[in-house]
Design a protein around this ligand. Structure first.
Ligand code: SIN
Length: 292
């Protein structure tokens, strides 16, 4: 593991091509333009960055830090009974939590496993990044896994690359990443009727220019122009190649961790954990472009 010093910060690679820890920066205070540039360049190189020891960060400080990566997207509609945002005073921040107060969850996703996905890929313009800040963490479980979608694309055989070069896929908007139906949405019974944005299966990263596999989520995905059977079979093949063990990194959370990932070239999933334990993270998402 080689530590790089960029400006005053250290960049410590954590995984094999994905994941790095940044030391030497206090995210509760404004960062200089030079540090911002160093963070952005480390992020492009490592796809997922972790900053430890940021306990006590206020929600406004999380918003301020998030803005160094771009304009913020509104938080997604929660899959709860009311559909109301979890942090009404901060429309760009959502809570991920299993904690229930007065009978109401204070965040989304409960204690369930969340399957591999890319955040909000069912929108026409998809967030470039998501940021999680850990406030309460269970003693075990709830780890978040990241996989490298450049590596997934690069690993495909040439004939499969040319088969998918011009294909698009519909990304289901009806369910959250724990598979729960959002308020007001109908159950999808036939993927050909899935509602959600249509995106290229191979996208080009607008900053690095590299190609990445862009699958979003498996449930109810559909490739228009193919029969349902062919679409299912091609998607299954792509998903079987999407998560390469050698291009995967797992984040084991500590209170005060802040993690940012690039939704344009990674997917993530979360392990389940004991529902009796408490887990609370706040999340922001950075607005992005229409994938091309
Ligand atoms: C998410 O899928 O955005 C949440 C990940 C997590 O809870 O660690």
């Amino acid at each position: 593991m080689s530590v790089e010093i960029r400006e005053d910060i250290s960049v410590i690679p954590l995984g094999r091509g994905i994941g790095a820890q940044i030391d030497g920066v206090n995210l509760r205070e404004p960062v200089s333009e030079a540090i911002r540039a160093a963070i952005l360049s480390a992020w492009m190189d490592h796809k997922v960055l972790r900053f430890r020891g940021q306990q006590g960060m206020s929600t406004q400080q999380l918003v301020n830090f998030s803005k160094i990566f771009g304009e913020l997207d509104r938080a997604p509609t929660p899959a709860n009974k009311t559909g109301k945002p979890y942090l009404s005073e901060f429309p760009t921040v959502t809570a991920i939590s299993n904690i229930v107060v007065n009978g109401e969850p204070i965040g989304g996703l409960g204690a369930y496993e969340a399957e591999w996905h890319t955040d909000m890929s069912y929108n026409e313009c998809t967030p470039s990044a998501s940021i999680l800040y850990a406030i309460e963490i269970p003693p075990a479980g709830g780890d978040t896994w990241f996989c490298d979608m450049y590596a997934a694309y690069d690993s495909l055989p040439a004939d499969l690359k040319s088969r998918i070069a011009e294909l698009k896929c519909v990304h289901d908007a009806s369910r959250n990443s724990a598979g729960m139906l959002r308020k007001g949405w109908k159950e999808v019974t036939d993927p050909r009727e899935t509602i959600g944005a249509l995106h290229p299966i191979v996208r080009t990263h607008p900053v690095t220019g590299r190609k990445a596999l862009f699958l979003g989520r498996r449930l109810n995905a559909y490739i228009p122009g193919l029969s349902l059977e062919d679409s299912e079979s091609l998607l299954d093949t792509l998903w079987a190649n999407a998560v390469l063990p050698e291009a995967t990194w797992v984040q084991q959370w500590r209170i005060g961790d802040v993690v940012i990932w690039d939704n344009r070239c990674t997917m993530h999933r979360r392990d389940s954990f004991d529902p009796a334990a408490r887990r609370l993270l706040h999340r922001t998402q950075i607005a992005g472009d229409r994938p091309f």
